[in-house]
Design a protein around this ligand. Structure first.
Ligand code: KG4
Ligand code: ZN
Length: 345
């Protein structure tokens, strides 16, 4: 099956051609084009929805054209069009959804609507290489930790059809905590990668920041208290020099990573999990990946850890296509609507 996937939920405009045969356990990428208006938002500390949507309107057709050209496939060989219907910014979602509907009508193709959050999870089911056989196989049951700019969720997957939400953030998402604390330190938006770089040379013991909800018995998260604690420290300091900023970055990252790992491993133990999947922009954080691997090893857990290639952690259409290939539930184009509030069922 070959799918054209479209993703426009936030500031990216992305189109991808992906393929998978029925019996295959991984998705192949034939093309994946991502264009972003991030530069226009980097100084404002967050995405400005109407600017993002205007840029997406300009980018959507050229991006789809490039994805088809790169894949070298013919439109007639496409089996379906997959599109992110939510959650996200309404103006941005509408551009992807309405374009998908117009193309489906024009080309007479079915549409598969995709939840963006599950797309992040399914980035793990994309083959890392076109030629080499991937050695590690994802075994069920699975816990997916989805950590992005807008979401922090733990999801239990008994198989591809049995997906259950276990918990999520009660306030800020993990990526949002990185970004808001970055703003406090005058770092450009989004701040996650910059904070990761700074943390490499910072003193992780310089500040004793809280680890919110780390011991709670549920699988929920909260990061607004950490942001408030960082703010209090910044206010106390008269001259926020580079060294202090670097130390704050190191301590904030440590706190976020500790909470994410403790909760995910607790869920993994409770449900007898065989594989942990990381997904979302924060999953590209190498320290998070390394610490996860170390914890699993030190605790001698029989769990395999998976994380997508870095460019597939942040928003992209290939992950949307990957979800669709495992769930080819076709809906008539007239019934497809963008839903900014979409969450887990
Ligand atoms: O998944 P994503 O591209 O967009 C959403 O769907 O939200 O995630 C973007 C988020 C931003 O908050 C960004 O700061 C964070 O991912 N991020 C990182 C890193 N790279 C991106 N956070 C921590 N460490 C990183 N290396
Ligand atoms: Zn995302």
């Amino acid at each position: 099956m070959k799918i054209l996937a479209i993703e426009t939920s936030c500031d990216e405009t992305s189109a991808s051609i992906v393929s998978k045969n029925t019996n295959e356990s991984l998705v192949a990428i034939l093309s994946n084009i991502v264009s972003s208006s991030l530069e226009l938002h980097s100084k404002t500390g967050g995405v400005i929805p109407n600017i993002a949507a205007r840029e997406q309107l300009k980018a959507i057709i050229p991006t789809i054209e490039s994805a088809i050209r790169d894949s070298k496939i013919k439109i007639k060989d496409l089996d379906a069009i997959a599109v992110t219907i939510g959650p996200g910014l309404i103006g941005s979602l509408l551009i992807g959804v309405e374009t998908a509907k117009a193309l489906a009508y024009l080309w007479n193709k079915p549409i598969i609507p995709v939840n963006h959050l599950l797309g992040h999870v399914y980035a793990n089911f994309i083959a890392k290489s076109k030629t080499k056989n991937q050695k590690l196989k994802i075994n069920f049951p699975v816990i997916a930790l989805l950590v992005s700019g807008g979401h922090t969720d733990l999801v239990l997957m008994k198989n591809h059809q049995d997906i259950k939400w276990l918990g999520g953030t009660l306030d800020d998402a993990a990526g949002e905590a990185f970004d808001k604390i970055g703003r406090l330190l005058n770092l450009p938006y989004p701040a996650g990668q910059t904070i990761e770089n700074m943390a490499k040379i910072g003193n992780k013991k310089a500040f004793d920041f809280p680890r919110p909800m780390i011991g709670s018995k549920d699988f929920n998260f909260s990061f607004s208290g950490l942001k408030a604690a960082a703010m209090r420290e910044v206010k106390k300091i008269k001259n926020l020099d580079e060294k202090t900023k670097i130390n704050i970055a190191a301590c904030v990252q440590k706190s976020i990573i500790e909470v994410l790992i403790r909760k995910t491993i607790a869920a993994a133990k409770k449900y007898g999990i065989k594989s942990i999947l990381l997904g979302g922009g924060v999953a590209s954080n190498e320290k998070l990946r390394d610490e996860f691997a170390l914890k699993i090893k030190n605790q001698k857990l029989k769990i395999k850890l998976f994380a997508p290639a870095k460019n597939l952690c942040t928003d992209n259409a290939a992950m949307v296509g990957a979800y669709a290939l495992f769930h080819p539930k076709i809906i008539n184009w007239e019934k497809i609507v963008a839903n900014p509030e979409l969450y887990f069922d």
